[in-house]
Design a protein around this ligand. Structure first.
Ligand code: SF4
Ligand code: SF4
Ligand code: FES
Length: 236
């Protein structure tokens, strides 16, 4: 491995650039533990303070540094540079409006998350202590609760690129399934009513890009399939 990492990074400031361009940088390789976010931080702190990107936790927990890395969506903070072909092409998440450089406008993505009403809905009286769940019922939520809403799946989904105004996309649907599956939630019927729509749910054509893009190794396709099966089951 060379001592230098070469990167080609998408740059665009809508307030001053006529169009986007790719800018080349070279940063020192700091060792096998070096992640792409370390390279971006090096550029920001030592070479070019104008480079703009989001990050927070630095350890794959907050979901703020979803990027397109050599053509594949992923998180900068957990992607080792050592395994990447150079120059490493770093672009914003696809199909999103660019605010500046690698920062995209996530408003619509989070609005779709809000649409699935991501909170526990109940009608039964509030118990004295808490709403209990067996270990098996709790285990049903594995594969859903780990989602960090990074957007890597949704912005890799061709159906969302084409119909993102109406198709909720894999992240929101995985979260919808999380609440449908939760044994304590008492609004499954209402949730399924809201999702039973040719666009909101059924624009998923099982292309499975979402599953391949998820840095937490979750499976939104299976979650979407589960919602479809629940809708089918209540019809029979
Ligand atoms: S499986 Fe469905 S949600 Fe996932 S990428 Fe394909 S169309 Fe999109
Ligand atoms: S399912 Fe995976 S890729 Fe999609 S938002 Fe959640 S963590 Fe990110
Ligand atoms: S910085 Fe938080 S997930 Fe990467």
């Amino acid at each position: 491995m060379s001592d230098i990492i070469k990167l080609s990074i998408f740059r665009y400031d809508p307030e001053k650039d006529e169009k986007p361009f790719m800018q080349s940088y070279e940063v020192p390789f700091s060792g096998p533990g070096m992640k792409l976010l370390d390279a971006l931080n090096y550029i920001k702190w030592h070479i070019d303070g104008t480079l703009t990107y989001r990050r927070s936790c630095g350890e794959g927990a907050c979901g703020s540094d979803g990027l397109n890395i050599n053509g594949i969506n992923g998180l900068g903070c957990i992607t080792p540079v050592a395994g990447l072909k150079q120059p490493i092409h770093v672009r914003p998440l696809p199909s999103m409006e660019v605010v500046r450089d690698l920062v995209v406008d996530m408003d619509h993505f989070f609005d779709q998350y809000r649409q699935i009403q991501p909170w526990l809905k109940t009608t039964s009286p509030v118990p004295e202590n808490e709403r209990l769940q067996t270990p098996a019922e709790r285990a049903e939520l594995d594969g859903s609760y780990e989602c960090i809403l990074c957007g890597c799946c949704t912005t890799a989904c061709p159906s969302w690129w084409w119909n993102g105004d109406r198709f909720l996309g894999p992240a929101a649907l995985l979260q919808a399934n999380r609440w449908i599956t939760d044994s304590r939630d008492e609004a499954m019927g209402e949730r399924l009513d809201q999702l039973e729509d040719s666009f909101r749910l059924y624009r998923c054509h099982q292309i499975m890009n979402c599953m391949e893009a998820c840095p937490k190794e979750l499976n939104p396709t299976a979650a979407i399939d589960n919602i479809k099966r629940k809708i089918l089951a209540r019809k029979s």
